[in-house]
Design a protein around this ligand. Structure first.
Ligand SMILES: *Cc1c(COP(=O)(O)O)cnc(C)c1O
Ligand code: SF4
Length: 339
């Protein structure tokens, strides 16, 4: 089964009605379409289909929506490298992914120029060597795991060899959306002198097909520490039940849920955004109902490149006689600091 990249293929696969083809062509002109074979196989699940099927609502652009919602381009000391926090930097190795998600905050650039050429990597390595305060490099994209194990492995080995890094992190959707890429060669590419942490992007338990679960198992068996990140998406996972199922499944798969992202202000993704109040209510419902180790931190990437912050819910307020703490049942208690 080949990947779907065009509207006629989508119609032929029965995933779009023929009378929708014209408007979906307009959508595809703006934002690329790519549905991997693995995700085509999971399309019967609504929580999966909505993430990948182009939708006429993407043509509705709200004034607050941004081309670079989290301000990556504002902190780029050398092309391809985003250095916003002192101790870590993001390396955009490629703009290509194994799927194109309809809500992606990098949707303006994914699919564009392809892979950073080797020559462009030299200034990146030079900057990192000259900036030992950077202790961690986060490989992202696009999706770095669409690269061949040989090429990805060469970058990882080079980074490890710098001698200044504590760890390398890879942000990827591949183990879930293209699990066949997690081969012995890929596992070998991740084995260097410093730890390589993998942060898997997954939004719905129905994405975790038997093949995806097996791929995550291979990674865990190879000793790769696994975290997950999830985007809170209206109509996909914005209920306590949907997120509980996802986080429980990940926990069983030896993946620690790390971040739940509030949806960014990507252009044409307004129909995916829900309110922060709803996100907080979902997190409050999960607290106490789900193992603390299976609960991610709910975060917002402040639009304009001002960084990521936890956005609650809050359990603590300054009261007249010390702190007022709210328990999971909503009752309040007082806590006094020493002195
Ligand atoms: C999200 C992000 C990171 C990583 O942040 P963590 O909180 O360490 O996961 C680093 N740099 C930039 C520019 C980011 O947007
Ligand atoms: S895989 Fe990640 S970078 Fe690629 S389209 Fe999806 S969300 Fe965006």
């Amino acid at each position: 089964m080949p990947a779907i990249t065009t509207i006629p293929q989508l119609v032929a696969a029965g995933l779009a009605a023929p009378d929708q083809a014209a408007v979906l062509e307009d959508v595809a002109q703006e934002f690329r379409v790519l549905i991997s074979p693995a995700m085509q196989g999971a399309m019967t699940a609504e929580g999966v289909a909505r993430q990948f099927l182009p939708d006429p609502r993407e043509l509705v652009i709200h004034p607050e929506e941004l081309r670079d919602p989290i301000g990556d381009r504002a902190h780029e000391p050398v092309p391809g490298l985003t250095h916003r926090y002192p101790d870590r930097a993001i390396l955009h190795l490629t703009q290509t992914c194994a799927v194109y998600c309809r809500f992606c905050f990098r949707r303006e650039t994914v699919g564009d120029a392809g892979t950073l050429p080797d020559a462009a990597l030299e200034p990146v390595f030079a900057y990192l060597a000259a900036t030992p305060a950077i202790r961690e490099v986060i490989l992202t994209g696009g999706d770095p795991m669409v690269l061949s194990p040989r090429r990805l492995g060469a970058v990882i080995a080079r980074l490890s060899g710098l001698g200044t890094l504590d760890a390398i992190r890879i942000h990827t959707r591949v183990p879930v959306v293209a699990p066949e890429r997690i081969t012995p060669a890929m596992l070998a590419a991740l084995r260097v002198d410093i730890p390589v942490w993998l942060v898997v992007h997954t939004n719905h338990a129905d994405e975790l097909t038997p093949d995806a679960r097996a791929a995550l198992g291979r990674l865990a068996d190879a000793g790769v520490p696994l975290l997950s990140q999830t985007v809170l998406l209206r109509g996909v996972n914005d209920t306590p039940e949907a997120l509980e199922a996802l986080f429980r499944a990940l926990y069983r798969l030896r993946v620690k849920p790390y971040y739940l992202h509030h949806c960014d202000l990507a252009r044409g993704a307004g129909h995916f955004r829900t309110t922060i109040a709803r996100g907080q209510a979902i997190m409050a419902a999960l607290r106490g109902r789900l193992s603390g180790a299976a609960l991610p931190t709910y975060v917002l990437d402040i639009p304009g490149g001002h960084g990521k912050v936890p956005i609650g819910p809050g359990y603590l307020a300054q009261g007249p006689h010390g702190w007022t703490v709210t328990d999971p049942q909503g009752r309040t208690h007082t806590y006094r600091d020493p002195g």
